[in-house]
Design a protein around this ligand. Structure first.
Ligand SMILES: [Fe+2]
Ligand SMILES: [Fe+2]
Length: 191
C-alpha cells in the first residue's frame, strides 16, 4: 500500500469545493488510464490526490514555498505564478508525505509536460485534462484519443493548450514546447 485511509483523508482535507471534486475526477481518470496503459493504479491515484494541493495558494504563499524548497521560478513562472503549483505540490508531497521521486516528478510537470515523460507523467497530465468534470471544447477529442493511444492524446492536449495560450496572448513555458517537440521527434502524429 502506498498510502492508508488516514493519509488519504489528510491530503483531501487540503482541498475544497470544485478542486475536491476535480481531484476525485482526476483520480478516477488516472486509475482507468493506469489499467489501460500499464501503470500502477495506486501510484496514479496518489499522484492525482496530491497534484493540486497548493493550487489555492496566493502568489506570496507560492513564492514562500519556492524559497523554502529551493525552487527557482523561471521568467515565465515569475509572471504566470499559478503555474508554480505543480512544483510546490511536488515539494510538499516529498517533504510531508514522503512520496517517491517518480510520483513527485509526475506532479511537478502536470501543468507543463516535459521532455522524456514517463507513462506516469503522461497519465497524470492527461487525466487532469480529460477528467469527468471538465467541460471545454477540446475535451471530447482528447477523451476519444485517450481510449486509443496515449501519445496521440497527449500531443492533442499540448497542441490544444498551446493554441489556447496563443489565442489568449499568454506566455508559453519552455517545458510545454519541449514536450511537444519531443513527442513529434518520437514519431507521434495526431491522426
Ligand atoms: Fe494543476
Ligand atoms: Fe488539476
Amino acid at each position: 500500500m502506498l498510502y492508508d485511509e488516514k493519509m488519504r483523508e489528510d491530503i483531501l482535507s487540503r482541498l475544497e469545493g470544485y478542486r475536491y471534486t476535480h481531484t476525485l475526477g482526476c483520480e478516477k481518470a488516472a486509475m482507468w488510464l493506469g489499467e489501460k496503459y500499464g501503470e500502477d493504479p495506486q501510484k496514479c491515484s496518489l499522484a492525482m490526490l496530491l497534484h493540486d494541493i497548493t493550487k489555492r495558494l496566493s502568489r506570496e504563499e507560492q513564492l514562500y514555498l519556492c524559497d523554502k524548497y529551493g525552487i527557482i521560478p523561471c521568467d515565465v513562472e515569475k509572471i504566470e505564478w499559478k503555474m508554480l503549483h505543480g512544483k510546490t505540490a511536488a515539494a510538499i508531497a516529498k517533504d510531508v508525505y514522503k512520496i517517491e521521486d517518480d510520483i513527485a516528478h509526475a506532479i511537478e510537470y502536470h501543468t507543463t509536460g516535459c521532455e522524456n515523460m514517463t507513462t506516469l507523467d503522461k497519465i497524470v497530465y492527461l487525466a487532469d485534462f480529460i477528467e469527468e468534470t471538465r467541460d471545454f471544447k477540446g475535451v471530447e477529442p482528447a477523451r476519444a484519443l485517450a481510449k486509443k493511444d496515449i501519445d496521440k492524446a497527449l500531443l492533442y492536449c499540448f497542441d490544444f493548450s498551446l493554441s489556447d495560450l496563443i489565442e489568449r496572448g499568454k506566455l508559453i513555458h519552455k517545458d510545454t514546447m519541449q514536450a511537444r517537440n519531443w513527442l513529434i521527434r518520437q514519431g507521434v502524429v495526431r491522426s
